[in-house]
Design a binder for this molecule. Structure first.
Ligand code: GL7
Length: 834
């Protein structure tokens, strides 16, 4: 407020405020100005990269004008805000999204054409912002889009990794990881060198009694690292609301100490300090659904939580409200347990720094936080060793022990006879070394806990959080089924389909209320509409076939059935089931007479996805897929009837080409393991059918679109435990067809059989934890049904259209409205009228 322009001068200011471009000429002028001045290029050296940069800068200017207004409006109105804390934001490219959200893509296309460039080529110049691993990170990105589009006063807080998820190369069939340095030109971020926070690590705790005899604690003598804010504007679709994603970057603090070292000749160690500080935000951990307890990861978590909370508290304190008002002004959502340290950190701020009583502070904390659980896999549940936490965050460990003490006392009062219960629900696991169970801390420190699909939300109540349901009652737990943004995943990825739908529904309003799609069912028998629908699917397959040719050098027939599984490579997602099924198909094909083969439906089986660098079994699966592809794709008997493709370096921008091009996509996790899945929604929204298990959101997709429009197979979640038990202790027979597949691998048909021994033995000898054998017969049978169904193209088309019409529920807008109403208690803040 102190720095605002004085009243008499504001008119002048307003006169000079830039106006957004509205014509192709104005767009062209802005773009050329940026190319010639900001970038110092000219008519004579403007390649597509420079044209991209100029275009991006022109759009960035537009976003930032709206961003300014949105932030000012928020400051003046001071509504309750939602802060979404996520260690991952898998944003992908920003330009296309910005053009569509502000509604100026056509202007830009024409303007670029006048300058001699094609829109498609320009968009492709942008590097993906790949600050995430998979579904969890992409969900956060979809949520940002929805929160802005629905005008919620929302902030994202994350880390500005210098290296996002690695780039995947396939060399001789093996995954090779290459660093992803993405920041070399990033017009979408604004460094805020004036917005910094000092973050402490290590040190010690001093305790004393103040004059009133009150116990006081201070965390002192630690090492300081500086957090610097980088702001990324998030434009809403068809609204001027432009929210902020604030990413923190780490930097050595002050320089004074370094300077002394430097002057006294200790150059190396002064530089080493600086590098150590910068390491904190250097790289995204590439694990998906796996936690490994590395010290640097804990440092990342605290660094980001502490910086974000300082920022949130600073903003709140400017309003001079009383602390009791904090939960009325601030909602913080924890995206998984990664930001759980925010809970003891807020308690520390309130008690140690602001001087509130413990109980008063704790009541504020629990009203503020909500926690989303994204997995029940035991290897993914975060635990941090007590000695590590004692060393790195001594005061937080004390606070966690105090939180635990209060909690266990409460449990003991309510369940006085149950001694075991205390050990089971304690935040501290009594192991060697002792561990802090982050999910329990997150749950105890939040007022609501949600799962991400109905089955998953039920499962957390009966498995990992079972005792907590008895303690708190069922109302603390709720479900918010995941969703996806239809702007990126339909309008941007599949513009022709979006426009066809709009032509029937009287415009693009469905992009803001996806339930309107249901009106499409009226046109399911409309001949021209059907023809157009089918043509669009074909064109999208041609586009993907072209990409496959360009990147893998393999020709695939766009009229074949495209069968796609793209997602992180993980045993629970069962890419191994898919590739074994492919081998089975190949063996059958080979055993047929040439006449018989002619009746087959040609297939292209497409895989894509990254394996965590240390996940050896997942890498073996990638290797097998590539080896099988090498044999099948070169077998003269097979020809176009079967092709196996492994697409390198699956990421968000590739997903935008892949999702519109499927006939069938695979969502085949062992029942009860995939919390939700979100690519299932993307594929169906683009008119593809799916084969899936009764898992995650597949179940709700089935309920919405109807059982006849989905190919479900396999055992149910409720039977998994018994099946696993019978593998180990019962009499159990390996599926015979699967056995034949294994024999073929062992014969060396797909190269060195030894490479795949562990993969096979996991199933044959070590209990087949993921039930590949149990589900194999029904999986293969279902693929036969798919072949049959595909022969009837008319019926297939009807299923495709009907499914899309019934997908309205899976918009992330619905999801965000549910969070806003049932967890955050916030309202939209409409942008000011011009
Ligand atoms: C995940 C789940 O595995 C996935 O099923 C879910 O769709 C996603 C978003 O809720 O969250 N949980 C998790 O730990 N990761 C996921 O992608 C990494």
């Amino acid at each position: 407020v102190e720095a605002s322009i004085p009243e008499p001068q504001r008119e002048a200011w307003k006169k000079f405020t830039p106006k957004p471009f509205t014509t192709k000429e104005e767009f062209g002028k802005e773009t050329v100005r940026h190319i010639e001045t900001t970038l110092a290029r000219s008519l004579w050296n403007c390649d597509e990269g420079a044209a991209y940069s100029g275009t991006a800068l022109a759009f960035r200017d537009r976003l930032i004008l709206d961003w300014n207004k949105t932030q000012q409006n928020q400051t003046f109105t001071d509504p309750k805000r939602i802060y979404y804390l996520s260690l991952e934001f898998l944003m992908g490219r920003a330009l296309d999204n910005a053009m569509l959200n502000v509604g100026a893509k056509d202007i830009a296309r024409e303007g670029l054409a006048d300058l001699g460039f094609r829109m498609e080529d320009i968009i492709k110049q942008e590097h993906d912002a790949a600050l995430g691993n998979g579904g969890l990170g992409r969900l956060a990105a979809c949520f940002l889009d929805s929160m802005a589009s629905l005008n919620y006063p929302a902030w994202g807080y994350g880390l500005r990794y210098r290296y996002g998820i690695f780039k995947q190369e396939i060399v001789d069939g093996y995954q090779v990881e290459v660093p992803d340095y993405w920041l070399d030109f990033n017009p979408w971020e604004f460094p805020r060198h004036d917005i910094t926070v000092n973050i402490q690590f290590y040190g010690s705790v001093r305790k004393w009694q103040d004059e009133d005899g009150k116990q006081q604690s201070a965390w002192e003598n630690g090492e300081i690292v500086q957090a610097v804010a980088y702001d990324v504007p998030i434009p809403g679709f068809s609204t001027s609301t432009t929210n902020n994603l604030r990413l923190w970057s780490s930097k050595a603090s002050g320089g004074e100490f370094d300077f002394q070292k430097f002057n006294s000749g200790e150059y190396e160690s002064s530089v080493a300090d600086q590098q150590r500080a910068e390491t904190i935000s250097a790289v995204l951990y590439p694990n998906d659904n796996l936690e490994r307890g590395k010290e640097l990861r804990l440092k990342q978590q605290y660094f980001w939580c502490a910086a974000s909370l300082f920022d949130i508290v600073r903003r709140f304190k400017k309003t001079k409200r009383s602390w009791a008002d904090f939960p009325n002004q601030v909602a913080i959502q924890l995206n998984d347990t990664h930001p759980t340290l925010a809970i003891p950190e807020l308690q520390r701020i309130l008690v140690d720094i602001e001087g509130l009583d413990w109980d008063e502070a704790w009541s504020i904390v629990t009203k503020t936080f909500g926690y989303t659980n994204h997995t029940v896999l035991p290897e993914a549940l975060e635990k941090w060793s007590v000695p590590l936490m004692q060393w790195l965050l001594p005061r937080h460990l004390q606070i966690i022990y105090d939180i635990n003490l209060h909690f266990l006392q409460f449990v003991e009062r309510n369940f006085p006879k149950d001694r075991d219960l205390l050990g089971r629900v304690s935040i501290i696991e009594e192991s060697q070394p002792k561990m802090v169970r982050m999910a329990y801390l997150a749950l105890i420190g939040s007022h609501k806990v949600n799962g991400v699909a109905e089955l998953h939300s039920d499962l957390i109540k009966t498995t990992i959080f079972r005792d907590f349901v008895s303690i708190y009652g069922p109302d603390k737990f709720t479900n918010v089924t995941n969703g996806i943004t239809p702007r990126r995943w339909l309008h941007q990825a599949n513009p022709r389909l979006s426009d066809l739908i709009a032509s029937k529904l009287g415009g693009h309003d469905f992009l803001k209320d996806l339930t309107i799609l249901h009106k499409l069912e009226q046109y399911v028998d409309d001949k021209d509409f059907r023809k157009e629908w089918q043509e669009i699917k074909h064109a999208n397959k041609v586009r993907l076939a072209k990409h496959i040719k360009e990147t893998q050098g393999i020709s695939v027939n766009p009229s074949a059935l495209f069968d796609i599984q793209v997602k992180r490579i993980h045993e629970y997602k069962r890419q191994q089931l898919n590739i074994f099924g492919v081998i089975h198909r190949y063996l059958q094909l080979k055993s047929m007479a040439p006449e018989e083969r002619k009746k087959l439906v040609p297939r292209v089986v497409i895989f894509g996805g990254k394996a965590a660098p240390g996940y050896w079994m997942a890498k073996t699966v990638i290797h097998l897929i590539n080896k099988v592809g090498g044999v099948i794709n070169n077998d003269k008997d097979v020809g176009d009837l079967l092709k196996v493709i492994f697409l390198e370096d699956y990421n968000v921008s590739k997903a935008e080409i892949i999702c519109p091009a499927s006939d069938i996509s695979e969502h085949i996790s062992t029942a009860g393991t995939e919390a939700s899945g979100t690519s299932n929604m993307k594929f169906v929204l683009n008119g593809g059918l799916i084969i899936g298990t009764c898992d995650g959101a597949n179940i709700e997709i089935t309920r919405e679109i109807g059982e006849s429009n989905i190919f479900l197979f396999g055992n149910l979640a409720e039977d998994v435990e018994d099946l696993r038990h019978s593998h180990l202790y019962g009499d159990y027979q390996l599926d015979p067809a699967l056995n034949k597949v294994f024999d073929e691998i062992k014969k060396g048909t797909f190269g060195d059989a030894g490479a795949f021994t562990a993969l096979i033995n996991g199933i044959v000898e070590h209990g087949d934890y993921y039930l590949v054998s149990d589900d194999f017969a029904s999986y293969c049978k279902t693929h036969e049904l798919i072949d049959e169904a595909y022969k009837n193209q008319e019926e297939w088309l009807t299923k495709s259209i009907t499914s899309v019409a019934r997908m309205g529920f899976f918009s992330s807008d619905r999801c965000i409205d549910e969070y806003a109403e049932t967890i955050w208690n916030i309202e939209p803040l409409m942008p000011e009228k011009e």
